[in-house]
Ligand binder design. Sequence first.
Ligand SMILES: [Zn+2]
Length: 459
Amino acid sequence: MAQHRHLRSIDWETTGREALKLLVELLRFDTTNPPGQEQACAEHLAAYFRTHGLNPQILVSAPGRGNVVVRRVGNASKPPLLIGAHLDVVPADPSRWRHPPFEAEIHDGYVWARGAIDMKHMAAMGAVVLALLERNNIALDRDVIFAGVADEEVGCALGSDWLVTHHPELVRAEYALGELGGFTLYLNGKTIYPIQVAEKGICWVRVRARGKPGHGSVPTAENATVRLAEFVAKAGRTRLPMHVSEPVRRFVMALAETQSLPARQVLPLLLGDAFGGRVSTLILDRVMPDQGSANVFSALLRNTANPTVLRAGTKTNVVPAVAEAELDGRIALGSNAEELLAELRALAGPDIEIEVITAAPPTETSPDTEVFRDLAAVVADHDPGAIAVPYVIPGFTDAKSWSKLGTRCYGFSPVRFDPKHDIRYAELYHGDDERIPVDGFKFGLRMLFDAVCRIAATP
Ligand SMILES: [Zn+2]
């Protein structure tokens, strides 16, 4: 099927300008989290919706922490579709940027701002898509819900997770389109659009070593700081056992299929746990073209526990009785917190205690759905020759929260990068000089509108 018929009835020149204006306005709200303070930005979106005949709600989870939810009602012959975007951003150090991070200036064909791709572009596109559905009186089989949420960058507690707990009726949907997917990736001359279908779980842990306190002048074998340091170094350097899951297998195989030899044959070897995973390790360490990709693939194939916080002692000449560390543990698809803890205990001596700070299981949606096929068709129709690949991420997104209501979540916040846009998407994420190509943003807007029409419009 070619692009949806409703695309032809829209003046994309004018609509593109309207979306760009809204994007710039959203980016000028400094929603750095912490402290977030997303409410003004949410109110701005609400005002936009009201001028387009929609009836948004602002839901405040804490002072200044606003979420905006709006719904365009369909005939309910199918359950709703949710478009989700978080409105908070990570910090930006202006001294390291070429253009100020909260002015959203346009230079060289890009909008430069913190949040340009993570992910106020999706907030602007999603809002304009709802306005287009309303203005063009497009009949819907599914309600289309837009949720602009607070607090994703710090763990979703005052945003998507709060909505799921306190207002589930407002955000319950069969499918959600959200973060991490739908962007262009060029790999060995092939054009790929990853679409997120799964994300790893979380298991943050606190570890504690106990020892014998005493005077710093006499070293002993029972020093808690040394015991902790030994464990932390081991946990940080050891690759835990492989857990090859179906979503990761499909991601790697789909990626391999887009490639020519030798990558086509080498990539699947990552999944081999033969010889205790030594073949996989060899590919990661010796064959992968860059360390960054090797690190990501390694993280997808196993549980990880990355030491991040250390606490021990207060005085140079006093040996403390206790030393503590925190590890950012992530659970592989198909694994669970118990397995991760068992793997960590196997590395730890008897004098190390391990306690869970917070845990959430991995999130997974099958790509074998009508909606995933719609998204793949959108990619192929808008960017001929491009291939959609079901993608797994080592981090987490609001999908963690939406999926608690049974929602099937796909990462699809489309933006097209041209090969001439000499930038890598992954480096812009939380990086300096975050920016979005203006033409790629407008391209993404058409893709998102097409996707929403295919998924939700009455045929
Ligand atoms: Zn994000």
